[in-house]
Ligand binder design. Structure first.
Ligand code: DOR
Ligand code: ZN
Length: 351
């Protein structure tokens, strides 16, 4: 049955644009649907200082298609050498929206991340003072900890102590993947939220190994058991303001994914809204879609929702699978949700 849904234009609260030729190719896919996106700083080298962010913003602006009505929101990459004054100055200038904590070694380009959280305490305290949120990649890096347990252990050993030591710090658990993460967020009334990705709503860990090893479903945090996927879906469709969309769209060329040591990351910018609408319809919760993709994140970050709209339509025939994106660096495979999706973005309006 054909259906149509018009909602406030969404935001992507976690995206990887990369740089150079890759950014030129992928950024328009995000700008085509989203009004704003929180841009991750894990470039090589990372976006650490105010001055790094200023120059990255200039490069980003060159890739925004004319008339897209798209605003990038920048983040700084937290290191043990980060200067609290530099962070405060970038915030005061309106240049950054958040700071990102990567435990050193947890994921792609995280080598300059944080080894000992106590070394960044002065930065975190300043962020709490000035109301600048911290985005957290919530996985411990201890090789002794099983990869499927790294989020739950992080919450207990790192995140909760960090939050207790820094009252008033607003924290976003990025790409939450477990029931433990959902429950941790649900059990706190203030200063804590979580983003959920498109792919973690749709795949569980079996999909990574279905009939062989499928590198395009490898991301970090890794997809978990089915019960965790179901917990994420319940959180997303609940309307709870503490949960919102962060796609973690993370392009790597196919050669880097389909390799003996493949990179982590799923490229889902082009079909995220279609896939998320599919999930919400399956959960009989299309009336909560707008809260998840367009309202809750803006409210948590303390900014108004976008002025424009996006109209999604549902067609009788499944929409065609998405072609690979051709970039000057090579081809990038788009997320395959492994089911028929009937939704597509029909149009957007701007304010
Ligand atoms: O799968 C992921 N890819 N997880 C991350 O945390 C980083 C990202 C990337 O930059 O490729
Ligand atoms: Zn990410």
């Amino acid at each position: 049955m054909a259906a149509e849904l018009t909602i406030t234009r969404p935001d992507d609260w976690h995206v990887h644009f990369r740089d150079g030729a890759m950014m030129q190719s992928v950024l328009p896919d995000t700008a085509a649907h989203f009004g704003r996106a929180l841009v991750m700083p894990n470039l090589v080298p990372p976006v650490v200082t105010k001055s790094d962010a200023e120059s990255y913003l200039e490069r980003i602006k060159l890739c925004i298609p004319e008339g897209a009505g798209f605003t990038p929101l920048l983040t700084l990459y937290l290191t043990e050498a980060t200067d609290p004054d530099d962070v405060a100055s970038a915030h005061a200038a309106g240049l950054i929206t958040a700071v990102k904590l990567y435990p050193a070694g947890a994921t792609t380009n995280s080598d300059s991340g944080v080894r000992e959280v106590k070394k960044v305490a002065p930065v975190l305290e300043r962020m709490a003072e000035i109301g600048l949120p911290l985005c957290v990649h919530g996985e411990v890096t201890d090789p002794e900890v099983d990869i499927f347990d790294r989020e739950a252990v992080f919450i207990e050993k790192v995140l909760d102590p960090l939050r207790q030591r820094t009252p008033g710090l607003r924290v976003i658990m990025e790409h939450v993947t477990t029931e433990d993460g959902v429950q941790y967020v649900q059990s706190h009334q203030r200063d804590l939220a979580a983003t959920i990705t498109t792919h973690h709503l749709m795949i569980n860990r079996n999909h990574i190994f279905q009939g062989g090893i499928r590198p395009h479903y490898y991301c970090l945090p890794i997809a978990k058991r089915e019960k965790h996927r179901l917990a994420l879906r319940q959180a997303a469709v609940s309307g709870d303001k503490r949960f919102f969309l962060g796609t973690d769209s993370a392009p790597h060329v196919d050669g880097a994914k389909e390799s003996a040591c493949g990179c982590a990351g799923v490229y889902n910018a082009p079909n995220t809204l279609a896939c998320v609408a599919h999930v919400f319809e399956e959960e009989n919760a299309l009336d909560k879609l707008e809260a998840f993709v367009s309202l809750n994140g803006a409210a948590f970050y303390g900014i108004p929702a976008n002025g424009g709209t996006v109209t999604l339509k549902k067609q009788v025939e499944p929409v065609a699978a998405m072609d690979k994106l051709r970039t000057a660096d090579g081809e990038v495979t788009v997320f395959d949700p492994l089911c028929d999706v009937h939704w597509y973005v029909e149009s957007i309006t701007q304010e």
